[in-house]
Ligand binder design. Structure first.
Ligand SMILES: Nc1ncnc2c1ncn2[C@@H]1O[C@H](COP(=O)(O)OP(=O)(O)OP(=O)(O)O)[C@@H](O)[C@H]1O
Length: 363
């Protein structure tokens, strides 16, 4: 799976842009503010249905225009699939897959798994548990067809229970919802636990290459006490939940706690080391997806050089090349990417004030 072409219309500072990428490494070079990140953001929009920089659609639409449009042709085995996404300032979305109108952005996400590594990416480790839950859920979305349904059901049931809590309803009314919630919660937690256990050795093996001085431990917390049933936790915590107006415990509190030398990694590692651990976690998901489902994901790497020394950049470049995935990587200077460009299917693009030009074959 790779993008065979990409067209952007009125996306950020790119009024019209077109790329025919290599199936391997695609290097985007340009000065600050030229539009490199905007290209990565557009690919992310196609695969994830939103930006990684803003939740406001209006911010990504070219100033003075009413909508942006993205087209891509995605290689799928021997076939290729045209996809198109357009969004207006008013919030209307038009999505087409293989010439047909599609309703759910999740349909596009299934076709286009994306992994993003960007300068603030270390917040996967320094930020709240929500980000690490999303990390697990990304993997499950691609590896279990039932996961998305279970996840959606859990969210609906939790919302319902919280609404009843806010209305101070008696336990007799809540019990019916709790029975359903507990069944779905257990299924969801089992999915997450199995994925956490499966991905851990893959992360550890890549992290051993990037950060050999540390031995990392990964502890999955399902969102409530290990020893107790969720039904019991909900019943016993009812008074507290009624006071809070929301459900205190459950899979919506799940988390992976990562430690080295007995300390949480966010308190021990430098920013560059945190970035490397995040890279190991993202690469691990790409590798796992490939081995389990024979599906490739596209790697978007914004500002490759930030926080990494030359040796670490070489290690990351080596791992990305070994994975054989399609990569879009931005940098200000091509010299920062010399270790990256080792395969014969690489392309170099120059980005200047929103204009994209293919420069030359990299080798
Ligand atoms: N909605 C918009 N319409 C037009 N231009 C925009 C819009 N949003 C942002 N821009 C401009 O687009 C330019 C491209 O920004 P982008 O973040 O893609 O640059 P970059 O090449 O990644 O830069 P850097 O190397 O500094 O990260 C910026 O100059 C920004 O001011």
């Amino acid at each position: 799976m790779a993008l065979l072409n990409l067209q952007l219309k009125d996306f950020r500072n790119i009024a019209h842009g077109r790329l025919i990428p290599a199936t391997g490494i695609n290097v985007l070079i340009g000065a600050n503010g030229s539009g490199k990140t905007s290209i990565l953001e557009a690919i992310h929009y196609l695969g994830v249905g939103r930006s990684f920089r803003t939740h406001l659609t209006g911010r990504v639409i070219h100033q003075g225009e009413s909508a942006f449009t993205l087209f891509a042709r995605i290689c799928q085995g021997d076939d290729s699939l045209p996809v198109g996404l357009s969004k207006t300032r008013g919030g209307d979305t038009r999505l087409k897959i293989a010439g047909r109108a599609a309703e759910r952005l999740a349909d596009l996400a299934h076709i286009l798994p994306i992994q993003l590594i960007h300068p603030e990416g270390y917040n996967l480790l320094t930020g709240g548990p929500k980000l690490r839950r999303a990390y697990l859920d990304w993997g499950l979305f691609y590896s279990h067809s039932r996961f998305f349904t279970v996840w959606g059901q859990y969210r609906r049931l939790l919302k319902q229970r919280n609404a009843l809590l806010r209305q101070q309803r008696p336990y007799t009314e809540l019990r019916y919802w709790d029975q359903q919630l507990v069944t779905i919660a257990e299924e969801l937690s089992l999915f997450r636990q199995q994925y956490a256990e499966a991905i851990e050795p893959v992360i550890r093996s890549i992290a051993a290459d990037f950060l050999p001085e540390y031995d990392f431990t990964f502890d999955f917390f399902r969102g409530w006490d290990r020893q107790t049933d969720l039904a019991q936790v909900l019943a016993q915590g009812l008074e507290r939940d009624l006071g809070l107006g929301y459900t205190h415990s459950g899979p919506h509190k799940a988390e992976i706690r990562i430690k080295a030398r007995g300390m949480p990694v966010q308190d021990l590692l430098s920013r560059g080391q945190l970035k490397l651990l995040v890279c190991a976690m993202r690469l691990a998901q790409g590798r796992y997806l490939k081995t389990e489902s024979n599906q490739d994901c596209i790697f978007l790497i914004d500002d490759f050089a930030s926080e990494l020394d030359e040796h670490k950049r070489a290690l990351l470049a080596h791992q990305l090349n070994a994975l054989g995935a399609q990569v879009f990587v931005s940098a200000i200077d091509v010299a920062q990417l010399s270790q990256m460009i080792t395969r014969d299917n690489s392309k170099l693009f120059h980005v200047k004030q929103g204009e994209i030009t293919e420069h030359q074959e990299c080798e």
